[in-house]
Design a protein around this ligand. Structure first.
Ligand code: C2E
Ligand code: CA
Ligand code: CA
Length: 667
């Protein structure tokens, strides 16, 4: 159904004015149609039959008991017989749900008999025939115009005729001849009136039926539109989430012995929101709709394709396998010629998808499949993967993560996270010259949770801002308190890529420096290469703002990433931290050793201090010292510890080694 084809209805037209010939035709019942349903006809007949039965019983019994008048007694007996043989059978017919025409005709027949007996016997004073005036109304009402006329006119002739005949031959009651003629005319008048009344009634009924039909039609149309809207995304014309879920439901009845899978994939196009902000939502919607239709033609075994989010398509398709080969057609989206030609919507590689594979011979819940596909998609995006298949471990990952998120949020709000400090040692003198602030979370239920488990949650949610501000503020405050006993000992703070751009983090550093009067060079911001991933220019600008404060920058985890020399050259850093992954086999002489030695040399050539992290033994420490590495950090010296503990530890250590001239950390 095309939703645009639907127009607001103008309302039902008023009943047309009837021309005289048409009214005459209707009055006579030409082309008459039966509108009344059978059940209603039966109940109408039943009412008249029961009324007739009660009236006749009453009169019949009264007449039988009249005793002295033989005429009335016979009349009474006849009336009781009419009840027994005509009216009661009619009631039985109705109760047995016989076709209504049978009971109606039975009632008409009963009317004939009753009124004939009334006419013949004349009643108390010869006024019984007047009861027959009711009859035309009854017949018109029950059997419609045509039969009404037929029976009515027949009665208008028969009743006066019978009055005349019975007066002359049977002598139960004597009607005057003039009376019979007068009666016949009056009866005829009643027939015409009854015909007209019934016409009005049936017209009204027909009009009512028209209205009902019209409104029912309207309701159906509205229902159709509502149903369409409920299952479609109106701006693309594709199915919507609910539409796809319903498609899934109908194709998910488990079929025993059927092999293969139903794949449900959620495909997210990363640049859709950005494009929408440039060219407008309407154009992007149009392109997405077009893309959907192209895919509908290209994907074999397609069960349904829907827009399940502003930038996300949901695709359900059948497949023989549930492995990487099965999703090859989806991966090919980027290379479809028709798609890449879509003006506003260059797909290329800017998409990720999550897939759930459901065996066709197992029962499954459509809603759950949709949820799982979305979860797999989120996982793929989080881990910068092109796609991810759903499995139960992944679900657990999200449940745990969500639980952690709630608790972590609470911990940040309640200020129960902690910073521990790991000493950084000058390898030539052995003195402590700084400390790296490392976040610690001691959860009441789970115990100590390592930062690797909670920092990613912080980074991927809205908690990062608060956490980063808290970290720099706490680290700078702690460092300031050390200064009286550990003058010149610096603090290194890990800064996530996004936090680098957070103006409040910069302001916090500035404020704390002012408040404490601490030398800005005692603050070291540790950044990994990931800060350069999304927008290197913006990252360099942000770094420059920190450098302008006099703060130092350190390249963390050097060697663990791509370590592009181009970027290394551009970074306004003063320190390079060689990643701990290279330290393990350093003493034995290995490729790692070659990397570390050349990195130290490179760092020095670029004018950087070089710090080696992850030093776990004396031998490693010695190799680094011999290679001219400036600073060291690792369990060989100490693990990270609370601020006061670190202060005490460093004071003790620095007392035992000779103090060089000048500041501890000499940049
Ligand atoms: P990172 O910046 O590379 O920190 C050094 C990690 O190596 C720390 O792990 C530290 O405890 C560990 N380590 C130190 N010496 C040794 C050693 O001799 N051997 C070994 N095997 N490991 C050693 P930790 O504290 O678990 O931190 C892990 C990561 O979490 C950090 O890696 C950093 O990326 C992140 N992180 C920690 N605290 C913060 C923070 O406050 N902010 C941000 N953004 N990230 C943080
Ligand atoms: Ca670090
Ligand atoms: Ca590191």
């Amino acid at each position: 159904m095309d939703p645009n084809a639907y127009q607001v209805p103008a309302g039902p037209s008023p009943p047309p004015r009837q021309a005289l010939p048409a009214t005459l035709k209707q009055l006579l019942g030409v082309g008459e149609q039966e509108l009344v349903p059978d059940a209603r006809r039966r109940s109408n007949t039943l009412i008249f039959t029961v009324l007739g039965t009660l009236t006749l019983l009453m009169f019949g019994l009264a007449n039988v008991r009249a005793g002295q008048d033989q005429r009335l007694m016979v009349m009474g007996v006849v009336q009781l017989l009419e009840v027994a043989f005509l009216l009661v059978p009619a009631i039985i017919l109705i109760s047995r749900r016989a076709p209504p025409v049978l009971s109606e005709n039975m009632l008409v027949l009963a009317g004939f008999a009753i009124f004939a007996s009334n006419v013949v016997f004349g009643g108390q004073t010869g006024d019984s025939p007047y009861w027959t005036f009711v009859f035309p109304y009854l017949v018109f009402f029950l059997r419609g115009q045509k039969t009404g006329w037929l029976v009515g006119v027949a009665f208008a002739l028969l009743v006066p005729g019978l009055m005349l005949y019975s007066s002359r031959h049977w002598n139960f009651w004597n009607y005057g001849e003039g009376h019979c003629l007068y009666y016949g005319l009056a009866y005829l008048f009643n027939v015409v009136t009854a015909a007209y009344f019934n016409l009005l009634r049936s017209r009204f009924q027909a009009h009512l039926a028209d209205q009902v039909e019209y409104h029912t039609g309207e309701v159906h149309k509205h229902m159709g539109t509502l149903q369409y809207n409920a299952l479609h995304d109106l701006s693309t014309g594709l199915l919507n989430r609910q539409g796809l879920t319903e498609r899934l439901e109908s194709s998910l009845s488990p079929a025993i012995g059927v092999s293969g899978y139903l794949l449900v994939a959620h495909v997210r196009f990363f640049r859709v929101p950005e494009l929408a902000s440039i060219v407008g939502t309407a154009k992007v919607d149009q392109s997405l709709g077009q893309l959907g239709r192209v895919l509908q033609q290209h994907l074999a075994g397609l069960v349904g394709l829907a827009r399940v989010g502003q930038d996300t398509l949901g695709i359900a398709m059948q497949s023989d396998t549930a492995d990487a080969a099965a999703i090859e057609p989806l991966r090919a989206i980027a290379h479809l010629r028709d798609v890449t030609r879509l003006s506003e919507f260059a797909v290329h590689v800017e998409m990720a998808f999550g897939v759930v594979a459901q065996r066709l011979d197992e029962a499954a819940d459509a809603e759950e499949l949709m949820r799982n596909a979305e979860q797999a998609l989120l996982f793929a995006i989080d881990h910068r993967q092109e796609y991810q298949f759903f499995d139960n471990l992944l679900h657990k990952h999200f449940v745990d993560r969500n639980r952690r998120y709630e608790k972590l949020r609470e911990a940040i709000l309640q200020d129960t996270l902690m910073l521990h400090y790991q000493p950084q040692v000058d390898l030539k003198t052995g003195r402590v010259v700084g400390a790296e602030a490392l976040a610690r979370w001691n959860d009441p239920q789970e115990g100590m949770i390592p930062p690797d488990k909670f920092i990613p949650i912080i980074e991927s949610t809205g908690l990062l801002h608060r956490f980063s501000v808290w970290t720099v503020s706490r680290a700078l405050r702690d460092c300031a308190t050390w200064q009286s006993r550990l003058p010149g000992v610096s603090v290194s703070v890990n800064l996530s890529a996004d936090a680098l751009h957070d103006p409040e983090v910069l302001q916090t550093v500035e404020r704390q420096l002012l408040a404490s009067g601490m030398a800005p060079a005692l603050v070291v911001m540790e950044l990994t290469e990931s800060v350069l991933l999304t927008s290197p220019e913006a990252a360099l600008e942000a770094m420059a703002r920190f450098v302008a404060l006099g703060v130092q920058l350190s390249i963390d985890d050097y060697g663990a990433g791509f370590s592009s020399l181009t970027y290394l050259k551009q970074l306004p850093a003063q320190e390079m931290k060689i990643d701990k992954s290279f330290m393990e086999n350093l003493a034995e002489g290995s490729k790692d050793r070659a990397i570390v030695l050349s990195s130290i040399e490179l760092g020095h050539d670029l004018g950087l201090k070089v710090l080696a992290e992850g030093i776990e033994d004396e031998a490693t420490c010695q190799v680094l010292r011999d290679a001219g590495c400036d600073l060291g950090q690792g369990w060989w010296f100490a693990k990270a510890m609370p601020s006061t503990e670190f202060e005490q530890w460093a004071v003790t250590r620095n007392h035992t080694v000779a103090k060089p001239s000048g500041r501890e950390r000499d940049y």
